[in-house]
Design a protein around this ligand. Structure first.
Ligand SMILES: Nc1ncnc2c1ncn2[C@@H]1O[C@H](COP(=O)(O)OP(=O)(O)OP(=O)(O)O)[C@@H](O)[C@H]1O
Ligand SMILES: [Mg+2]
Length: 262
């Protein structure tokens, strides 16, 4: 589904450059990153640890500003991005003193929605997110997968067209991780969101994505873009198919060339 029609592009990054000043020295982190995601596409970004992936998402989400380059969101480079995209950060950041339900509605509350209305919306989705019966529990009582689904619910309740996910499955065991990947595939199919996923996991990137971007070690540049033209709906059984294995090997080889802890 490699759509390039300008009208359907929901997110476009052009020549994104970002550096931080550390001990008076300029450290470049993003070095001219180009990327796009069309309406309803699932795009993944993989790259070595510390190459700048979270920095990239922070810039897109409006939490940080690039030094140069353009970020076009829903056709505009000028609109405020803060709060205009769904963003699930690398750590789930659930508040331990709030119940699952009240964690889920934080974004809606910040957007000014009355608490009762926000709770009603969140409750209607508990089943879909595998959290039915746990609404009143605190995060400490949840499994890792449930915590992640609670964080997903909070992110998706904000109901933005473009959703950024920073390694949402990074801390999960292999089985829970593969269950969550399939759950996310189903959810994405139902919701029709445009998703940008950061991951270290090449197999995850191939299974979920329409297109995968490989970044270099810091400072990050796009070194490879791979279209994943495997049929949908996808299923975990596909990971042993020849086409799947070939794509995975291509991406892994590209990543390994960077030679760091990817
Ligand atoms: N606010 C900041 N000030 C200074 N340096 C920063 C800041 N934020 C990030 N960095 C540096 O930028 C680089 C990229 O960090 P970033 O968190 O974007 O990497 P990443 O690709 O997400 O890593 P990981 O895969 O481990 O999550 C790192 O060297 C980090 O130390
Ligand atoms: Mg990161």
């Amino acid at each position: 589904m490699a759509v390039t029609d300008a009208t359907s592009v929901k997110l476009r990054l052009q020549g994104l450059y970002k550096s931080f000043t550390v001990d008076g020295r300029e450290v470049p982190v993003l070095d001219g990153v180009d990327l796009y995601a069309a309406e309803g596409e699932f795009v993944s970004v993989i790259g070595p640890s510390g190459c700048g992936k979270t920095t990239l998402l922070n810039c897109v989400a409006g939490l940080d500003e690039p030094n140069a380059g353009a970020i076009e969101l829903k056709g505009s480079t000028t609109e405020r991005r803060l709060g205009a995209v769904g963003y699930m950060p690398q750590k789930d950041l659930l508040l331990p003193w709030r119940s699952v339900l009240d964690n889920a509605i934080i974004g809606l509350e910040l957007m000014g929605q009355p608490r009762a209305e926000a709770r009603r919306r969140a409750l209607s989705l508990m089943e879909t997110f595998g959290l039915a019966g746990f609404e009143g529990q605190y995060p400490s009582a949840l499994s890792g997968g449930m915590r992640q689904r609670a964080a997903f619910l909070r992110t998706l309740l904000a109901d933005q067209e473009v959703v950024l996910l920073d390694e949402p499955f990074g801390a999960l065991d292999a089985l829970t991780r593969s269950q969550m990947q399939e759950w996310l595939l189903g959810l994405w199919g139902d919701l029709g969101k445009t998703i940008v996923l950061i991951t270290h996991d090449v197999e995850e990137a191939v299974l979920l994505s329409d297109r995968v971007y490989v970044l270099t070690a810091r400072p990050a540049r796009v070194k490879l873009v791979v279209d994943v033209d495997l049929p949908r709906p996808r299923h975990y059984r596909m990971v042993t198919d020849e086409a799947f294995v070939h794509l995975k090997a291509t991406l892994l080889a590209s990543l390994r060339e960077e030679g760091t802890w990817g």
